[in-house]
Design a protein around this ligand. Structure first.
Ligand SMILES: NC(=O)c1ccc[n+]([C@@H]2O[C@H](COP(=O)([O-])OP(=O)(O)OC[C@H]3O[C@@H](n4cnc5c(N)ncnc54)[C@H](O)[C@@H]3O)[C@@H](O)[C@H]2O)c1
Ligand SMILES: O=C(O)[C@H](O)CO
Length: 332
C-alpha cells in the first residue's frame, strides 16, 4: 500500500461521533453525506468521484459504486461483517478493507444470549401480559417457559462471537456446547476455559442433538441460505432457533414453515434477509418469534468503540501504515 501523508479526500457515509469526525477533519478533507437520505445522495455521489477513503456501514458498496470511485484506496467499515462490500472487486483493485472485530464481541454475545433467555422463558410475551393488564391471576402451565440451564446449545459459526456465546452458556449456565465451524478450534490453546466443554460437531449431528441452535455466521456464498427446510427438519422437536449473524444465512420461508407446521418451539432473530424488516413480513408479528431490530452491538459503549477503531483504521491506512484491523480477503 503506497499512500502519502498529505491531506486526502474522505467520504463519511454514516454518522460518526463528533470527536471521531474531528480526528478525521484535522488530517483530511472530509465530506459527510448519507446516501440513504435522498437529499444527501447527490453529495454522496459527487464526493465518490474524488474520495480516497470511505468510512461508514450498512450500505451496499457494490461494483457499480466502486466504478464511480476511481481514486479509492481504503474503505473503513464500522462493522465486523463485510457482506456489504464487493470483495472480489476490492481485491482486484487493491483497495484495503478495514473492519471492527473484537470490540463488539462481548456485547453481541450478550444480545444473542438475551435472545436465548427471551425465547426460552417467553419474556417478551409474558411481559406483554403485565403491560396490557392481562395479569389477573397466576399464570397456568400453558404459559410456562423452558429451562435454559443444562440445555444443549449448538452454535453455528465458532469465531470470536460464537466462542463468547459459548462461554456464557458453558460457564454461566452449565450448558453442554456443540459447535459447527469450518474447522475445529484448538480450545486447549485458544480458549482453555472451553476445553472439554465445547465439541466440534458436523452440522447435521449438531442440529439433531441441540435444544437451542444459535447462528453467528458471516454471510458468504457458502453460508447464504445454509439453514433451509432440510436443516430445520433435522432439529429436535421443541428446539429453539436463534440468529445473531446475518439474516440471509437463513431461508426465512423455511423458518416460517418450521414454526407453523414443524416442531420448532420458537425463534429469536436479530437479523433478517431484508432490513429493516418489511412491514408485511410474517416474522414481524409471529407469536413464536422474538424479533429485534439488528441491535447486536448497539450499546453506547460498543458503538463508540467501533467508531474509534474504524476511524483509527482509516487514519492509519491513509498515512500509509498497516491498519489495526484489516479484513483479510482470504481469511475464514
Ligand atoms: N447481530 C449483530 O449486530 C452482529 C454483530 C456483530 C457481528 N455480526 C455477524 O456475526 C458474524 C461473526 O462475527 P465474528 O466476529 O464472530 O467473526 P469470526 O470471523 O470471528 O467468526 C466467524 C466464524 O464463522 C465460521 N464460518 C465461516 N464460514 C463458515 C461456513 N461456511 N460454515 C461454517 N462455519 C463458517 C468461521 O470458521 C468462524 O468460526 C459477522 O460476520 C457478522 O455478520 C452480527
Ligand atoms: O457486523 C456488524 O458489526 C454488525 O452487524 C453491526 O452492523
Amino acid at each position: 500500500m503506497t499512500i502519502s501523508s498529505d491531506r486526502k479526500k474522505v467520504l463519511v457515509f454514516r454518522e460518526l461521533p463528533p470527536d471521531q469526525l474531528a480526528r478525521l477533519q484535522a488530517r483530511h478533507d472530509v465530506t459527510v453525506a448519507n446516501p440513504r437520505l435522498p437529499e444527501q445522495l447527490p453529495a454522496f455521489q459527487a464526493a465518490l468521484a474524488t474520495a480516497e477513503g470511505l468510512i461508514g456501514s450498512s450500505y451496499k458498496i457494490d461494483e457499480a459504486l466502486l466504478a464511480a470511485a476511481p481514486r479509492l484506496k481504503v474503505i473503513s467499515s464500522v462493522s465486523v461483517g463485510v457482506d456489504n462490500y464487493a470483495l472480489d472487486a476490492l481485491a482486484a483493485r487493491g483497495i484495503v478493507l478495514c473492519h471492527t472485530p473484537g470490540v463488539l464481541t462481548e456485547t453481541t454475545a450478550d444480545t444473542i444470549f438475551s435472545l436465548v433467555m427471551a425465547t426460552s422463558r417467553r419474556l417478551v410475551e409474558l411481559a406483554g401480559l403485565v403491560r396490557e393488564g392481562r395479569w389477573t391471576r397466576n399464570i397456568g402451565e400453558e404459559l410456562f417457559g423452558w429451562d435454559v440451564h443444562g440445555k444443549t446449545l449448538g452454535i453455528l459459526g465458532f469465531g470470536r462471537i460464537g466462542q463468547a456465546v459459548a462461554r456464557r452458556a458453558a460457564l454461566g449456565f452449565g450448558m453442554p456446547v456443540l459447535y459447527h465451524s469450518r474447522r475445529p478450534v484448538d480450545l486447549a490453546r485458544k480458549a482453555p476455559e472451553l476445553a472439554g466443554k465445547a465439541l466440534h460437531t458436523p452440522l447435521d449431528e449438531l442440529l439433531r442433538h441441540a435444544d437451542i441452535v444459535a447462528a453467528v455466521l458471516p454471510l458468504s456464498n457458502e453460508t447464504r441460505g445454509l439453514m433451509g427446510g432440510r436443516e430445520f427438519g433435522l432439529m429436535k422437536p421443541g428446539a429453539i432457533f436463534i440468529n445473531g449473524g446475518r439474516g440471509a444465512t437463513v431461508q426465512e420461508a423455511a423458518l416460517l414453515d418450521a414454526l407453523d407446521h414443524g416442531t420448532l418451539r420458537a425463534a429469536g432473530l436479530d437479523v433478517f434477509a431484508t432490513e429493516p424488516l418489511p412491514m408485511d413480513s410474517p416474522l414481524r408479528t409471529h407469536p413464536k418469534v422474538t424479533a429485534l431490530p439488528h441491535i447486536g452491538s448497539a450499546t453506547v459503549e460498543t458503538r463508540y468503540a467501533m467508531a474509534v477503531l474504524a476511524t483509527t483504521n482509516l487514519l492509519q491506512a491513509l498515512a500509509g501504515e498497516r491498519p489495526t484491523a484489516v479484513f483479510e480477503m482470504t481469511a475464514g
